[in-house]
Design a protein around this ligand. Sequence first.
Ligand code: PLP
Length: 383
Amino acid sequence: MIYLDSAATTAVRREVLEAMWPYLTGDFGNPSSHHSLGESAATALAAARATVARWLGCRASEVVFTSGGTEADNLAIKGLALAAPRGRHIVTTPIEHEAVLESCDYLVRQHGFELSTVRVDSDGLVDLDELESLVRDDTTLVSVMYANNEVGTVQPVAGIADVAKRHGARMHTDAVQAAGALPLDVAGLGVDALSVSGHKLGAPKGIGALYLRGGVAVEPVLHGGGQERGKRSGTENVAGAVGLAAAIELASRMPGDALGRLGGIRDGFIDEVLATVPGAVLTGHRTLRLPGNASFCFPGTSGEAVLLQLEQHDIVCSSGSACAAGRDDPSHVLVAMGIDPAVAQTAVRFTFDAATTAEQLHEVAQRLREAVASVRAIGAPTR
Ligand code: PLP
């Protein structure tokens, strides 16, 4: 199988599972227990936290383990907005993951917040001038994702954080897709909060982390035993945290040029698809994009039908964001970028990692040309 859906999830790496194994079996203690098993779990959790902190360039006390990206986004947005609202105004973009959009919507529905949505251009880049005009004295939080999960466009997070900071608002970024592909130095980015998720980089599903700048007040979303310094109650997922740390260690041991090579094969694949598949349209920014993302629309097809044709050749990709799969609406990301909803229905996303080869992508490009031609010949199913 050629797996080109890494943005949806990745396999747990063997080294990661091996690192986790002791904490699922012999060393299964609860880190809050006052006996040797508990102490061993607490020590492992502290070591994992230190690794995440080194990766993010922050203090260990600024890392909150969560059950994944969705929970990290919920905690950042609800937690920061509700803890110390300067006012009840928040700003985000129309291309965020549902975890961000729905958390903002919750604040509007249940807590009377006002939400402003900053425009993105046809490449999916935030309009910084409009952002500047939207952020006000009563803006509590600005949340803009680092890299988009569907089209891979990378936002100028440091510039956006600068606008937020100048107006005294907090800045959160969803770095779930950026993690492992882009530098995550939180000081350089200038953010107050940053979300990551383990299963996008070789750790299991169900573990993530939120960076929360020291001294920034947060209202917990989960109440209970006061774990994670009171910011996230619930017995810690020790094995998951150890797995996340192991995945980070593996990512940081990748050869220095691995991401450059990935960007190179991505560009070769994009060029080949645009040259050989008639009518193919690249979505997202041509260069300011994740090194492992190539996403297109193929007008006159249905993304789902192209996907099914490719799967017959053992090529697995996505017709949109997996987190929104099961729904038939055109992607809110593509529509916000100004793409006609009928064309947005023809989207296919290929996402890959350092193990993907140029030869595999060449084969995919050839199969894709056949698939698009065959779907067009049959006629795309009407929805
Ligand atoms: N944010 C982005 C940008 C994502 O792509 C995803 C998942 O695809 C999430 C948040 C949610 O992360 P999780 O699946 O860990 O809840």
